[in-house]
Design a protein around this ligand. Structure first.
Ligand SMILES: Cc1cc2nc3c(=O)[nH]c(=O)nc-3n(C[C@H](O)[C@H](O)[C@H](O)COP(=O)(O)OP(=O)(O)OC[C@H]3O[C@@H](n4cnc5c(N)ncnc54)[C@H](O)[C@@H]3O)c2cc1C
Length: 416
């Protein structure tokens, strides 16, 4: 079968790889000149360094990502932190706390336990469950914003419970941080593109899908007849193309600051990353002489001018690391639509979408936002792409060539 995959982010790459390995003839269409989407690296002329659009943290619990890397080839470029530990520096008290999964965190109180029990029930927001917990500021709030890119006041309790269940509560082995030492592009994207090419897949860059007609995909340079396609697009792009089927969901920003250091630096805790509490800067990542700062759920910050952001975040960094107050060369990257907001309402939409599969679907949806029950992460993107590939292969095997069947609309969206 011939399969058109639209979008060469992680979901599209995972879909293309799964389908190509199963013997399908794959054509991957990407609007921009580069694969990777929200998970990409580029050379920054200002810093004269390769940087990522945003530092990504993985855990050993991310089984789909690890499998994707093993098959794609970038697995050896991850550095596993063993035993699992998360250094958190409380800037207001000047104290370092080491959170060790599998061990009771210092300061844990009965309200923390009660709150986790409430999360398990899966109703309401994270703040509804954990606002009064002693470890709210040091553990639950940073965890929620890092995992769901959504402030606890609006974040889905059910989704955070899922994260906890699959990682921290699953024990030390599932919670080991995996550090992307060489950057996102060399680890996740380049090896998979090479593997796809070796499998005979065709990859077309600068090929933006403009519309979907009953029997054709419409690009700027013409129409291509199609039987089945996978749209591995961000929510907004999918909603533009399929306004009847796909609801446009609100998003949240992530801001990243990269600083090129002019002196060697060691982070408190001795690891290449550090969480900050009581600060605007949330996570620091150190890669050689580039220190990167990540702020999630950052819509208010993203609205500020970049020079103000650089100063504000460096102020936290300089206090935490004892560095001079004047920042070194910096680059700010605002990902305005980093992920959809992950509230009980958007989770309800994602669950409805998941049930909307039809055996007559010809267009399948993938992308992190389609994978109900998982936060919008690399794990969700890759899982969704692989699922879509398996679904489309199964459905296409029984397709009789008609574009409309059994009273179904000509294009029915599916997500298995
Ligand atoms: C700053 C930042 C930090 C993050 N940190 C983490 C982290 O620490 N851990 C983690 O697990 N996840 C993290 N994530 C989330 C993770 O990057 C995403 O969940 C994942 O990359 C989404 O992949 P995707 O394929 O679903 O979508 P995208 O990456 O958005 O891919 C969609 C692709 O479709 C293309 N496209 C759009 N419209 C069209 C069109 N009409 N025709 C053709 N192509 C089109 C786009 O150019 C893009 O390449 C982070 C995201 C950001 C932005």
């Amino acid at each position: 079968m011939k399969l058109h995959v639209i979008g060469a982010g992680l979901a599209g790459l995972a879909c293309a790889l799964e389908a190509a390995e199963a013997g399908a003839e794959v054509v991957l269409h990407e609007a921009t000149a580069q694969a990777g989407g929200r998970c990409r690296s580029f050379h920054d002329p200002l810093l004269d360094r390769m940087v990522d659009n945003g530092s990504h943290l993985l855990l050993t619990a991310n089984a789909e990502v690890l499998d994707f890397l093993k098959r794609g080839g970038g697995h050896s470029l991850l550095h596993e932190i063993t035993p699992a530990r998360f250094p958190m520096y409380d800037l207001t008290k000047g104290r370092l706390h080491m959170i060790r999964p599998g061990k009771i965190p210092p300061g844990l109180g009965w309200r923390d336990l009660w709150g986790v029990w409430q999360l398990r029930k899966g109703r309401g927001t994270v703040a509804d469950c954990l606002r009064k917990a002693p470890l709210y500021r040091l553990l639950w709030q940073p965890l929620c914003e890092a995992a769901l890119n959504t402030a606890p006041e609006e974040a889905s309790a059910a989704l955070l419970w899922q994260v906890l269940k699959e990682s921290l509560l699953a024990g030390e082995k599932a919670s080991r941080p995996l550090i992307v030492e060489k950057g996102l592009g060399p680890t996740f994207i380049a090896p998979v593109l090479a593997r796809l090419t070796a499998l005979g897949a065709e990859i077309r860059f600068g090929h933006r899908l403009r519309a979907i007609e009953e029997d054709a995909l419409v690009f700027d340079d013409g129409r291509i007849g199609f039987g089945h396609a996978v749209l591995a697009l961000p929510n907004a792009a999918a909603a533009d193309l399929l306004p009847q089927q796909v609801e446009r969901l609100p998003h949240r920003a992530i801001v990243n600051a990269h600083y090129r250091l002019d002196r060697p630096v060691r982070l408190p805790g001795g690891l290449p990353f550090l969480g900050l509490a009581g600060a605007t800067a949330q996570w620091l990542f150190l890669r050689e002489d580039v220190l990167s700062v990540t702020v999630s759920a950052a819509d208010a910050l993203a609205a500020c001018p970049t020079a103000d952001i650089a100063l504000l975040l460096w102020h936290d960094v300089s206090r935490a690391l004892g560095l001079p107050a004047v920042p070194p060369a910096w680059r700010i990257i605002k990902e305005q639509r980093a992920t959809i907001v992950q509230t009980p309402q958007t989770e309800a939409f994602r669950n409805r979408l998941r049930r909307s599969t039809s055996p007559h679907s010809r267009v399948f949806l993938a992308g992190d936002w389609t994978e109900a029950g998982l936060p919008c992460t690399m794990e969700a993107a890759i899982r969704s792409g692989r699922r879509a590939a398996r679904a489309v292969i199964a459905v296409a095997a029984n397709w009789d060539g008609r574009t409309s069947q059994n009273g179904e609309p000509a294009i029915s969206c599916g997500h298995l």
